[in-house]
Design a protein around this ligand. Structure first.
Ligand code: FMN
Ligand code: SF4
Length: 585
């Protein structure tokens, strides 16, 4: 049985967490050297096999050395541009995924890094760089070839502005630190729960579970130790609102966690931060320090005897699946992020088997505001089943990508008008796992009962090839599948193959039928939300934009997945024949 991770940095980061130790090794040696694994396992009292499994699971850890400058280009349809990656590869004479012989540089692609409002973006040695263009890439090539250390690169390249375009209920409302906690203490834990219940708050991470019920179930679960976990993994392509909340509203996030702790009786909380957002750590740690200094965290919080609670931050290492709450808990427990069998749910059997509330960043911010302003204030906005507002990450083909907060019930068209996306032919609502809608549905409402979204709104203008978009999503899911269950492990790469085949002009009606059949099996049979939703964009495309696929079905007969003629090249070489008869017509 593992024990709770204790921080050696006054409760801040768990410096002895396996993910953090592996990150340190990766930064020091550009890979995880084999000889470092046994002593690390011994020191952390973990089986070597567990350490090795973790190294192989997370995409930011490598067994062989990456370049001293390691560039990872986002391949997202909003913050990615792989033609720029190709350009840099050519300039630096590097092949994607292969470290240059002198060890100076490596270049590869990575899933969406949450910079969808910032233009084409990349990670360089884990640091975010945005607003890429061909000129910038030339400068980067010069710096790499000159061996200029990363710290000497222009600091402004690494800036990440918030881009809050339309603040609403939460973002407009500046709160004094501690206001939520003071109000909660005055009310008492039971009344705080009643207030959250009255507000109608539902989880903002996507599933929309009733927040007060979740907190109540955890409070009622028999145990002496309970935990609060803030899910800041934000890996859904096109989503970046938690990034902004963590950057500018961190105090309200942590206060929301402390309120939850007060309600359920937890002594410790974790904020699980996606590895791509590591640059936010100094801000987050400074906020934690301020809150400790103000007695909003620590012992006897706000002079309440026995109200003890503190928060540690654990940073992920590049795995979308770790946003799924039970996979996140596995990751917190220093294991591979494989979703658990549920039930039991985290509210009764969560972190280290103890009752745990896992809540999204925005849910916790909303809870802080509700504690101050009351449930009625929150419920006054939104719809009957979706109270309050939603913070949206708007990106893609629109004039002003950024953060927009609107009451639930706002139509998609209103959002498009606000962001300058009037030219849209389609919008992906809720990220690749959400819903692809066309113009006929732009009047639909953003709400749990209509178009649900965890916050991602990706706009696709008239010029976009929607099959290319869906192809991008199918590659994303195949890459991010954790491999635990067969429908998803086998289904996502198969789906990717079908979409690739159709996109390359080799698809047949049979392929399209098989693809749709497979998509339905995955939806029904996969173990977790990733596999259950991975085929959504494709099914939506077939339903709402059928011509996009059928127009590409140029062959009516059976076509193999591979180029049979090219596959016979070796035989032709061996038989010294390359005449017309040796080729398939
Ligand atoms: C594949 C997958 C990825 C997810 N990623 C996130 C995420 O990045 N952030 C998040 O809050 N919830 C994510 N979720 C939902 C969580 O499992 C969980 O429902 C949520 O954290 C609960 O918090 P809430 O009730 O405040 O929404 C994801 C779910 C799945 C299936
Ligand atoms: S559905 Fe996919 S991600 Fe989820 S458990 Fe199965 S293989 Fe893993």
């Amino acid at each position: 049985m593992q024990t709770e991770l204790r921080s050696s940095l006054a409760g801040n980061q768990c410096s002895d967490h396996l993910l953090h130790r592996l990150h340190d090794l990766q930064s020091r040696f550009q890979h995880i050297p084999a000889q470092e694994i046994p002593p690390l396992a011994t020191e952390l009292q973990l089986p070597i096999s567990q350490v090795e499994a973790v190294i192989d699971f997370y995409s930011f850890f490598h067994r062989s050395p990456r370049g001293r400058i390691d560039l990872l280009f986002s391949n997202c349809t909003s913050c990615g541009d792989l033609s720029l990656m190709q350009q840099l590869c050519t300039s630096l004479d590097v092949s994607p995924g292969i470290t240059r012989a002198d060890g100076a540089v490596s270049i590869d692609e990575t899933s969406c890094i949450g910079m969808c409002d910032q233009g084409a973006s990349l990670l360089v040695n884990g640091r975010i760089m945005t607003r890429l263009n061909p000129q910038r890439l030339q400068q980067i090539a010069g710096l790499v070839n000159a061996g200029t250390p990363l710290d000497a690169w222009p600091a402004e390249w690494f800036a990440v502005p918030d881009h809050v375009r339309h603040p609403g209920l939460l973002l407009n409302d500046a709160l004094q630190p501690g206001a939520g906690l003071r109000a909660a203490i005055q009310r008492g834990a039971e009344n705080l729960l009643a207030e959250i219940n009255q507000s109608g708050l539902r989880g903002r991470g996507g599933a929309g579970f009733n927040t007060s019920l979740k907190w109540q179930l955890c409070r009622d679960a028999p145990a002496t130790t309970r935990y609060v976990v803030c899910n800041a993994d934000e890996g859904e392509p096109g989503t970046f609102k938690d990034r902004v909340l963590l950057n500018t509203y961190a105090q309200q996030v942590f206060e929301g966690m402390t309120l939850c702790a007060y309600a359920i009786g937890a002594k410790h909380g974790y904020l699980y931060l996606r590895g791509e957002y590591r640059y936010l750590l100094p801000t987050l740690e400074a906020t934690l320090a301020e809150q400790r200094a103000a007695n909003l965290l620590g012992e006897n919080i706000l002079q309440q005897p026995g109200f003890n609670f503190d928060i540690s931050i654990v940073v992920g290492a590049g795995a979308y699946i770790c946003g799924e709450e039970s996979a996140l808990l596995e990751s917190l427990e220093q294991k591979r992020g494989v979703p658990r069998v549920r039930p039991p749910f985290p509210v009764t059997h969560g972190y280290l088997g103890q009752p745990t509330v896992v809540d999204n960043v925005e849910t916790l911010v909303a809870a802080t505001h509700i504690a101050v302003q009351g449930g009625q204030w929150f419920k006054a906005q939104g719809t009957e089943k979706s109270a309050g507002s939603k913070v949206l990450s708007v990106s893609g083909d629109c004039a002003t990508p950024g953060i927009y907060e609107f009451p639930f019930g706002t139509s998609l068209q209103q959002v498009l008008d606000a962001c300058g996306g009037q030219d849209a032919q389609a919008v992906q609502v809720g990220g690749p796992s959400g819903t692809l809608v066309g113009q006929a549905e732009f009047g639909r409402k953003l709400a749990f009962e209509d178009l649900a979204t965890g916050g991602s709104i990706m706009v696709y203008g008239a010029q976009r090839d929607l099959l290319a978009v869906v192809r991008n999503f199918s590659h994303f899911f195949a890459h991010e599948s954790c491999g635990f269950c067969t429908p998803c492990r086998v289904g996502t790469p198969l789906l990717r193959k079908y979409v690739d085949k159709i996109a390359s002009g080799h698809g047949t009606p049979y392929d399209q039928e098989e693809m749709a059949r497979l998509a339905k099996v995955m939806k029904r049979r996969s173990h977790c939300g990733l596999g259950q939703t991975a085929a959504n964009p494709l099914l939506d495309l077939l339903e709402r934009f059928p011509h996009v696929c059928t127009d590409r079905l140029l062959h009516q007969d059976y076509e193999p997945f591979f180029n049979l003629d090219a596959a016979l090249a070796t035989t032709r070489t061996l038989t010294h024949r390359d005449d017309a008869e040796a080729h398939l017509s």
